[in-house]
Design a protein around this ligand. Structure first.
Ligand SMILES: [Zn+2]
Ligand SMILES: [Zn+2]
Ligand SMILES: [Zn+2]
Ligand SMILES: [Zn+2]
Length: 431
């Protein structure tokens, strides 16, 4: 069970079995790196790492300390002059090192403010109480007071703390038989850590941890199909966020195929189709994207709007865009009409100021002005584009019939990632 998957000397990826420092277990790609690293300062750190429980635990502690500093800074304004609801002390404490306060949940006023170390102590104690009974780990990611999930840097810090804690609790077992409680704890710890890294936008760390998590679940919980597909889907989205579109596309294809093969619920299949179609558009594989959305559109229209109308609108927006990109002149005109209808229903269901309504308007302005496909371009952050959109919005008014208008000073806009897929598929699964 290792998150340290790169050489300490040169940062190259390591094989599962690699050369390691005999004292502290720091890992290397080979002797050359180990010798150089020793001379460059490892000789002064080695004993300290050993005392910290070895390289893997030392790495987890370092990551936690970094994340803690960020979380405390992030919360400084919000927690100024407050006291910890667990130990009832402020930033300065009588019997423990000074430590900043954090709060990143739905709590307001004086509620929910705490020291990270107090939250960690509470989460560890809770786990030990419950283990073997029903095993709850929710205090690592959910506020005890308001029951909402932690977010931002605080979620990230607690994720690293949970991982470190699970290493402390895991005995190195020479027989290679892993107890069920350990399997579950590590699964939850890695899931929580992935969630925290996602919260903080740490996509690269998230990919490394997500891969380890995937291997772990595949090895020890091979029957957890939904869990496995969800980890893969999260990884695909991360690669997409990092601009690795080819890889994201390959993984998106796998995820979609697995859902179809496993006969997953139709909403899972439709969401995976949507994500895959987005990856296909990014890769300019418009014809394949068209076949996919055409096949799934009837299913999407039959889905109950249990999560609100957003997904239906997102899917139709993407369908309209793809129809436009692949069609002849007559089909392009139809696609424009189709998008107008999508915009009308978005105005009706979500309102004119809703981010999704604005995204649909953006797509419509883009197709009417023939910006697709073209060079690189940006939406919303681009001042010029905003004014072009403004012209359109102003003329649209509140009338039920959407009228297209000439956009002054059109700018080049092409890339249209659209809204992120829903929480359930884009966010790492957390218990
Ligand atoms: Zn190396
Ligand atoms: Zn060493
Ligand atoms: Zn405290
Ligand atoms: Zn709270």
């Amino acid at each position: 069970m290792q998150l340290l998957t790169t050489c300490a000397g040169c940062a190259a990826p390591l094989a599962p079995v690699a050369k390691q420092c005999s004292r502290c277990k720091t890992r290397y790609c080979g002797s050359a790196c180990q010798i150089r690293h020793w001379e460059e300062g490892h000789k002064d750190l080695c004993k300290q790492i050993k005392r910290g429980g070895g390289a893997e635990r030392y790495f987890a502690s370092q990551k936690y300390e970094e994340a803690k500093t960020e979380a405390v800074e992030e919360c400084a304004e919000d927690t100024k002059g407050q006291t910890c609801y667990i130990c009832m002390e402020g930033v300065q404490r009588r019997h423990a090192p000074d430590e900043g306060l954090v709060r990143r949940c739905a709590c307001r006023g004086t509620a929910g403010v705490a020291h990270l170390s107090c939250l960690i102590r509470m989460a560890s104690v809770r786990e030990n109480d419950d283990i073997g009974v029903r095993g709850t780990w929710c205090q690592w990611h959910t506020c005890h007071t308001c029951k909402s999930k932690f977010h931002g840097g605080m979620a990230c810090a607690l994720g690293w703390a949970f991982w470190k804690h699970s290493l402390d609790e895991t005995k190195d077992d020479p027989t290679d038989v892993v107890p069920a409680a350990t399997i579950t704890r590590i699964d939850r710890a890695l899931g929580t850590l992935c969630g925290g890294l996602f919260e903080k936008g740490r996509h690269e760390d998230l990919i490394a941890v997500g891969k380890v998590h995937l291997e772990w679940v595949q090895r020890y919980k091979p029957d957890d199909r939904v869990g496995i597909i969800r980890i893969r889907s999260n990884l695909a989205s991360c690669h997409g966020s990092l601009g690795q579109h080819e890889l994201a596309l390959d993984m998106g294809r796998d995820v979609y195929a697995m859902h179809v093969f496993n006969q997953s619920p139709m909403d899972e299949i439709c969401h995976a189709a949507y994500t895959l179609a987005q990856h296909l558009v990014e890769a300019e594989k418009y014809d394949e994207a068209r076949l996919l959305v055409q096949e799934r559109l009837p299913d999407v229209m039959k889905l109950e709007h249990t999560e609100g109308p957003e997904f239906n609108l997102q899917f139709r927006r993407l369908t309209g865009l793809i129809e436009y990109l692949t069609g002849d002149d007559a089909q392009k005109a139809k696609a424009v009409d189709f998008l107008k209808k999508v915009l009308e229903s978005s105005c009706q269901h979500l309102g004119e100021g809703h981010p999704l309504t604005l995204t649909i308007q953006h797509t419509l302005v883009g197709v009417v002005n023939g910006y697709y496909p073209g060079d690189e371009g940006n939406r919303s952050s681009d001042g010029e584009f905003t004014s072009a959109l403004g012209t359109y919005v102003k003329h649209m008014g509140k009338a039920p019939n959407v009228e297209l208008v000439e956009v002054q000073n059109p700018v080049q806009i092409t890339r249209d990632a659209g809204p992120a897929p829903r929480d359930r598929s884009s966010r790492p699964a957390r218990e």
